[in-house]
Design a protein around this ligand. Structure first.
Ligand SMILES: [Zn+2]
Length: 91
């Protein structure tokens, strides 16, 4: 369990297949996976770190896939430049 340094919420980390650590909401959710990368859908990380798209479901729905919501979409204080500024180096 980790703490978000921007809002103080408890978060988890998912490791992607490319070994990136992605902060996600602390509890997994169930969702309906779609074979689309449209922005109309929400993004979820699977347990193995794969990023997929889908629609969140109510807890009792069937046909569900377990996944993790990227914390930056829920965090009130997330500094977006931190995730975008990867190529920047300060000297
Ligand atoms: Zn946060």
């Amino acid at each position: 369990m980790a703490i978000c340094k921007y809002c103080g919420e408890q978060i988890e980390f998912i490791t992607t297949p490319t070994r990136r650590m992605i902060p996600v909401e602390k509890n997994p959710v169930y969702f309906h996976k779609v074979e689309s990368h449209s922005e109309a859908y929400e993004r979820f990380y699977l347990d193995n770190g794969e990023l997929v798209y889908g629609r969140a479901l109510k807890p009792l729905d069937f046909q569900k896939t377990r996944g993790w919501i990227p914390h930056r979409f829920r965090c009130e204080n997330w500094k977006y430049c931190n995730t975008k500024g990867k190529g920047k180096t300060k000297k």
